[in-house]
Ligand binder design. Structure first.
Ligand SMILES: NC(=O)C[C@H](N)C(=O)O
Length: 432
C-alpha cells in the first residue's frame, strides 16, 4: 500500500462470505462506519481506541455479497472538512498530485480507489463528502437519495443531511456497490424501498444495468447559478463533458435555481446545529477518550472534550450558538426556510428536466494547507454539493476530464430516487 498517501487509518481485513456479486472485490470503508472488532476512529483523538461491538448494515451487506474489507480510510474529523486535513491522523494526499488534497471528507476512500488500493470504497456525504473527493481524485462517487441506504452504524454528524455512498473507478462498479447497500433496513427508520416509490424506476438487474450510456431524448438542465464564480478551467472542462451528452442525443436547457445562493450558509447552520447535538454524546463516560481529571462532572466533561480538533470545536460552538434561545429564529429557522426554498426550486426544475448538470466542485484541488488557513474558503467550495443534501436528492460525480493535469468532476443530480437516470447520464460521459 502506498503509505505516503495516508489513505488508511487502519489496515485490517474483514473477509467476505465467499460467493456473491462482489466476490473478488476489495472494499475500503470510511472510518466513521462501524466495523465489529475493528477500530472506528472518525479521524478523531476522541475515538482513537474505540472498537465497535457491531458492524454497520452497509458493511454486512458488502461482506454478505462477497466483498472483502481491506481497511478503514482516513477522513476529516467526524466528516467536518473538504480536504481530509482535519483528521487527527494527518492529511491524505491526492494520488493525482501528492502536494494537493484529495478533497473531503471521504478523502482516504477516494484516494484509495484512485491509487488502486481498493476496488470500491464507502464514504458518507453530508454536504459533498463523497462527491468532492471523487471529483478531486478523478473517480466516481454516488450520493444516494436520503433514505435509500441504511445509516445504521454510521457515526452521526448531521442526520437530516447525510447518506452513505459508494466510490469506484467506474460508474458501473459504483452502481453495482450501490445495489448491494441500498434498500430498507429495520434498524434505520428513515430507509425506504425505492421499488415502492412512484416513478423511482429501479432497473431489473440493479443500478449497474442503468450504466448503458443511453441518453437519447434525455433533458439536461444546466443551472446558471452553479457555474457562476467557478474556476474558468473547471467550467470549460465541465462544458465539454455536457456537450458530449448532446452529441449522444440529449437536449440541454439553461435553467435557474435562484435559492442555491443561500445553500452553503443554510447548510453550515443546519449541519453545525445537528453536530452540536450529536457530538454531545462524547462525554468521556459512554465512548472513547476520557481525560484523567480530578474535577466534577462538568470539569471532567470539558477536559475530555479538549480531545476534539479545532474544526470540530469551531462547529460545536457555531451550532450551539445558532440553536440557543434568542438566536434560534435568527439563524436556525431562517436556514430551514432557505432549505425549503432549495427543495422547492429543485422540485420545480424536475418538472421540466430529467437531470441537472454542473461542476461538482467550483475549484481545482487545493494545495495542502490552503483550506486549513482559510476555513471560510473551504466552506464556500461546497457551493454546488450542499444544495443537493438540503433537498435530499441523488447525485453522482463522474470524471469530466482534466484541467492543468488535475481531475475535474461533473455533478449530475436527479429527482428523488432517480439514481438510475444519473447513473445512465454519467455512464455516457464516462465512455466518450
Ligand atoms: N461532511 C461533508 O459532507 C463535507 C462538508 N464539507 C462538511 O464539512 O460538512
Amino acid at each position: 500500500m502506498a503509505a505516503d498517501l495516508n489513505a488508511f487509518i487502519t489496515e485490517e481485513t474483514i473477509e467476505g462470505d465467499g460467493e456473491g456479486p462482489l466476490a473478488d472485490t476489495t472494499v475500503a470503508v470510511k472510518d466513521n462506519i462501524s466495523t465489529a472488532g475493528v477500530r472506528t476512529t472518525c479521524g478523531s483523538e476522541m475515538l482513537a481506541d474505540y472498537v465497535p461491538p457491531y458492524s454497520a448494515t452497509v458493511v454486512e451487506r458488502l461482506t454478505d455479497a462477497g466483498a472483502t474489507v481491506v481497511g478503514k480510510t482516513n477522513m476529516d474529523e467526524f466528516g467536518m472538512g473538504t480536504t481530509t486535513e482535519t483528521s487527527a491522523f494527518g492529511p491524505t494526499r491526492n494520488p493525482a498530485d501528492p502536494e494537493r488534497v484529495p478533497g473531503g471528507s471521504s478523502g482516504g476512500s477516494a484516494a484509495a480507489v484512485a491509487a488502486g488500493e481498493a476496488d470500491v470504497a464507502l464514504g458518507s456525504d453530508t454536504g459533498g463528502s463523497v462527491r468532492c473527493p471523487a471529483a478531486f481524485c478523478g473517480v466516481v462517487g454516488i450520493k444516494p437519495t436520503y433514505g435509500l441506504v441504511s445509516r445504521y452504524g454510521l457515526v452521526a454528524y448531521a442526520n437530516s443531511l447525510e447518506q452513505i455512498g459508494p466510490i469506484a473507478g467506474t460508474v458501473e462498479e459504483a452502481a453495482e456497490a450501490l445495489s448491494v447497500i441500498a434498500g430498507p433496513d429495520p434498524n434505520d427508520g428513515t430507509t425506504r424501498d425505492p421499488a415502492a416509490v412512484e416513478g423511482a424506476g429501479v432497473p431489473q438487474g440493479g443500478y449497474a444495468a442503468a450504466a448503458d450510456g443511453d441518453v437519447d431524448g434525455l433533458t439536461v438542465g444546466v443551472p446558471t447559478e452553479l457555474f457562476e464564480g467557478a474556476d474558468e478551467r473547471v467550467v470549460e472542462t465541465v462544458e465539454d463533458a455536457i456537450a458530449c451528452l448532446e452529441d449522444r442525443g440529449a437536449e440541454t436547457v439553461e435553467i435557474s435555481l435562484p435559492s442555491v445562493e443561500h445553500a452553503v450558509q443554510a447548510y453550515y447552520v443546519i449541519a453545525t446545529g445537528e453536530a452540536s447535538s450529536n457530538l454531545a454524546r462524547f462525554d468521556g463516560v459512554r465512548y472513547g477518550h476520557r481525560a484523567d481529571s480530578d474535577g466534577n462532572w462538568n470539569e471532567s466533561f470539558a477536559e475530555t472534550r479538549e480531545a476534539f480538533g479545532a474544526e470540530v470545536k469551531r462547529r460545536i460552538l457555531l451550532g450551539t450558538y445558532a440553536l440557543s434561545a434568542g438566536y434560534h429564529d435568527k439563524y436556525y429557522e431562517k436556514a430551514q426556510d432557505a432549505r425549503e426554498w432549495v427543495r422547492r426550486d429543485f422540485e420545480d426544475a424536475f418538472d421540466d428536466v430529467d437531470v441537472i448538470a454542473s461542476p461538482t466542485m467550483p475549484v481545482l484541488p487545493f494545495e495542502l494547507g490552503e483550506g486549513l488557513e482559510d476555513p471560510l474558503r473551504m466552506y464556500l467550495a461546497d457551493a454546488n454539493t450542499t444544495p443537493v443534501n438540503l433537498a435530499n436528492l441523488p447525485a453522482i460525480s463522474v470524471p469530466a476530464g482534466e484541467a492543468d493535469g488535475l481531475p475535474v468532476g461533473l455533478q449530475l443530480v436527479g429527482p428523488k430516487f432517480g439514481e438510475a437516470t444519473v447513473i445512465r447520464a454519467a455512464s455516457a460521459v464516462e465512455d466518450r
